[in-house]
Design a protein around this ligand. Sequence first.
Ligand code: C2E
Ligand code: SIN
Ligand code: SIN
Ligand code: FE
Ligand code: FE
Length: 391
Amino acid sequence: MAYQVNDTDLRDSQVADLLFEYMPKIAAEHRTDSLLLLMADLGRRIVQADRCSLWLIDEERNELWTKVAHGVNELRIPLTAGFVGYSLKTGQPVLVEDAYQDSRFDRRSDLKNNYHTTSVMTMPMESEGRVMGVFQAINKIGDNVFFSQKDLEHLKLISVYSAKTIESAIRAQKLEHKAEELESAHMELIRILGEVSEFRSQEVGDHIHRVSEISRMLARYYGLSEEQQKLIYYASLLHDLGKVGIPDMVLKKEGRLTDSEYTQMKSHSVIGRTLLRDSRTDLLRMAADIAGAHHERWNGNGYPDRLEGENIPLAARICSVADVLDALACPRCYKTAWLEEHVREEMKKSRGTYFQPELIDILMDHWDEFYSCYKPNGMFIKKGLLPPVKA
Ligand code: C2E
Ligand code: SIN
Ligand code: SIN
Ligand code: FE
Ligand code: FE
């Protein structure tokens, strides 16, 4: 990625910290007004802006409105005004260094609020293909004068999450299906956080989604309910969330880890569990179980707690099969991909030692179906390469 990253931009791990700080407040809040405020505040901290506002479309009045633009009461502007209107009209983000040098700028709000806008970012907020509003950040604070490309990426992340959350809240108010709808906003956050952790750990392709897909298949053949299968799918997206706390030097190292680096790396399971620990929903509690125990082994030789057999939460037992299958079948920064036959042998060999026997039986009985995500054309298998020797 060719980012132009400023020294003082937040790191992805800090972004994840902020998301986790706000997640419980956001999940507990059902009023649209207060959600706008919370989201704006989260946005302001993530992109380090003096002001952030979420503008929502008021279809009846053909206006955009926002409840709170940090210290200012409800504001209303025409649908076509300024950078916000531009983003709404074109569906494109805006990143400008000096608003007064840009013809799209609408000075009226500055005049009304006795404020001076300099740098601006706007991002359309879309949910299910529909633009519902615009997320705007004004005036970078701190050492940098302008917003960076990275800030724009972060604004995109929050916009997606905000759109989903607000839409769910609005729909919940209408339909009175609150619990269900807020759960779907939760899932959206989980998907986004999974992507944050994947982006950080630079894993090849869609590691996180494959592990989740394989976990769901295992859960299905294991006989779990549709509801449990769905929970396992979403919770598995966060299995390596703790890697956001591992330094790049270790995480992205191309060769073997030293003993002390490996010890550091292994702390990702405890870090993940700690991040998710205080969650109250079934989904996030399962995610905490998986993050904390996906490196435990059936025979008690795993980490961090050397849990054994059925003391390991079932969801973690399932996810560990998927995780290792994917680690072997795909190239990593520290290893090449294994050939299919070697992967199969290794998984079979680990039946009853690393993994619960029944799960390996399921994997072997439906091998072609499970392995199909590494096809077509052996996309992840570098033919002719011997498996790397690894202790
Ligand atoms: P990961 O890449 O997602 O790997 C997950 C698990 O798959 C590993 O957990 C291990 O149980 C299994 N696995 C991966 N590669 C191999 C292999 O070549 N042979 C066998 N038999 N199993 C394999 P583990 O060992 O606890 O590692 C956790 C994480 O630590 C890995 O996640 C990876 O991010 C990192 N890591 C492990 N070894 C190395 C290494 O030698 N170099 C680097 N740079 N990172 C490593
Ligand atoms: C505003 O800041 O009030 C919206 C107008 C604009 O984006 O220029
Ligand atoms: C295993 O024992 O199956 C995997 C351990 C490793 O080589 O990382
Ligand atoms: Fe892991
Ligand atoms: Fe993993």
